[in-house]
Design a protein around this ligand. Sequence first.
Ligand code: COA
Length: 309
Amino acid sequence: MAGIRIRGYGYAHGDKVVTNDDLAAMVDTSDAWIREKTGIVSRHFAEHRSNADMAQEAAEGALRTAGLTAEDIDLLLICTFTPDLATPSLACQVAGRLGTKPDILAMDVNGACSGFVYGCTAAAAMLVAGSARRALVIGSEKISPMMDMNDRRTCILFADGAGALVMEYDENGLFESVTGCLPDDQILGCPRFDPAIYMSGQEVYRFATSQVPEAIETLLAKVGMDREDIDYYVCHQANLRIIDSVARRVGVDRKRFYTNIETTGNTSAASVAICLSEMMEKGLLQPGMHVVCAGFGAGLTWGAMLMRI
Ligand code: COA
């Protein structure tokens, strides 16, 4: 168990709100179907914003709420599968925009929709090892250009946005995680060129509703805590029915699972980061509270992490 605490938070959305009715005007679907099957009512697309624009706004919010400047950061990880460029990394682009110091370690982490759990896990390990003092971990995605807007099975799900946390070592803090990868590129993926996300929805659904509860139970057993010791749970925002099922299987009151998928859609690696930032902003997460976050996605990757605020 690592002594980590969250010091700052921030988030950003795409510039255009897209409702289910907007999508129904483009593809053969309906507001009723999308709401019933996913819980999504609207989402944001970044029509006039790059991924770096959103990551930068989230990062600036995290630095502001932490009372820090970019020069105080020595590890910058951006969890994304949709960087603006293949190289330089999104992290290098954002480091330049923020004005971080030259001896920073800045790199992207691609764990798909588990990306933020993967990124926080890597950051925590480096903070505890002493190779970094403060980490800025950002989940940021611009997925809208990677979707086939004629494919009603996928284009209704995904969206754009960014969330960021400043993490630092604190001996009274707490961080633990479990992660995994069950390699399979058929169920869910996105080609490098001429990209369009492909997905077998039912197989993803089955994977998520079995793997995520198991990951949470494994994590709780690892730290010797009971599910009732956890104040809030944050599941990757992919589908409200998946979150309902995870809450049932873990045996926790669904009210303790925070959601924003209704107005945010599935922002992949950004989803958990945006949720945590919103919760901090609303004052839902207070010092000493425990929150468990879980992700799942292409890879197939999965992960769950515990943080003490
Ligand atoms: N609007 C209307 N009808 C749609 C539709 C849409 N947007 N998308 C699919 N359908 C239709 C299908 O064509 C199918 O019609 P048919 O029976 O005439 O062939 C019917 O709805 C049922 O399709 P199915 O794929 O079996 O639906 P489902 O109940 O599995 O729900 C998902 C589809 C995508 C909502 C659901 O599988 C899901 O949420 N899976 C998890 C996806 C996920 O989390 N992805 C992100 C991972 S990080």
